[in-house]
Design a protein around this ligand. Structure first.
Ligand code: SF4
Length: 226
């Protein structure tokens, strides 16, 4: 390793640059680590709607996702590092999806498969459908289509590999000190509430009450009391 560290500062004559491999320690470690990791991404076994049928086809013999090292679909989030959101995301399902995402160990990735998961698809603005799962959890790769064919999902998987290849062990959040924060689970009531937006919702509520005659302070106070 000391030799490699020396390489970082060692000047290389321009005529030799194409013949020697110069790297930094963290790039070298990242390369080895990512090379091994990208070929064993285990998806979680769950589907939401018609797109899931195409995802199942991708895992069957004709398209054979095993060629890319992802044949082990795990029924538990604790054993998976890839969530494929395949299908229509209803408001009722969002709390479960966020909870499952929080239960996956890091490093973890998300593929949004199909028009529904990415933006609501044909059901966009529907009373019970969210306009994209990326409003709640971070998405790494979007696969377009309604439904995307299995080849499209495999292409998305290759795009994910390319993203993993570019990650640096020095910069990714899961190798920093301390624990990563879980995403607050949305609250399902008459509508879906994202706890991260509560201050914004309370402010808007106070504003509306003030417009209707009450003072903003009184409205905010009664909201806190509630
Ligand atoms: S994108 Fe199309 S195929 Fe996929 S879940 Fe939505 S409606 Fe079904």
């Amino acid at each position: 390793m000391d030799e490699l560290r020396d390489l970082n500062t060692m000047p290389v004559p321009s005529e030799l640059r194409h013949n020697v491999f110069v790297t930094t320690i963290d790039r070298f470690v990242s390369y080895i680590y990512n090379w091994g990791r990208k070929r064993s991404v285990w998806p979680m076994m769950f589907g939401l709607a018609c797109c899931a049928i195409e995802m199942i086809c991708a895992a069957a013999s004709r398209f054979d996702i095993a060629r890319f090292g992802s044949e082990l679909m795990r029924p538990s989030p604790r054993q998976a590092d890839l969530m494929i959101v395949s299908g229509t995301v209803t408001k009722k399902m969002v709390p479960q999806i966020v909870r499952l995402y929080n239960q996956m160990p890091e490093p973890k990735y998300v593929i949004s498969m199909g028009a529904c998961a990415t933006g609501g698809g044909p059901f966009k603005e529907g009373y019970n459908v969210v306009s994209g799962i990326d409003k709640f959890i971070p998405v790494d790769v979007y696969v377009p289509g309604c439904p995307p064919r299995p080849e499209a999902l495999l292409h998305g998987l290759l795009k994910l590999y390319a993203k993993i290849e570019r990650q640096s062990v020095r910069e990714v959040p899961w190798y920093q000190k301390g624990e990563s924060e879980a995403i607050p689970v949305p609250i399902l009531g008459p509508d879906l509430i994202d706890p991260r937006r509560l201050p914004e919702i309370r402010a808007r509520l106070a504003e509306l009450r003030a417009q209707q005659g009450g003072s903003p302070e009184a409205s905010a106070g009664s909201e806190k009391g509630a």
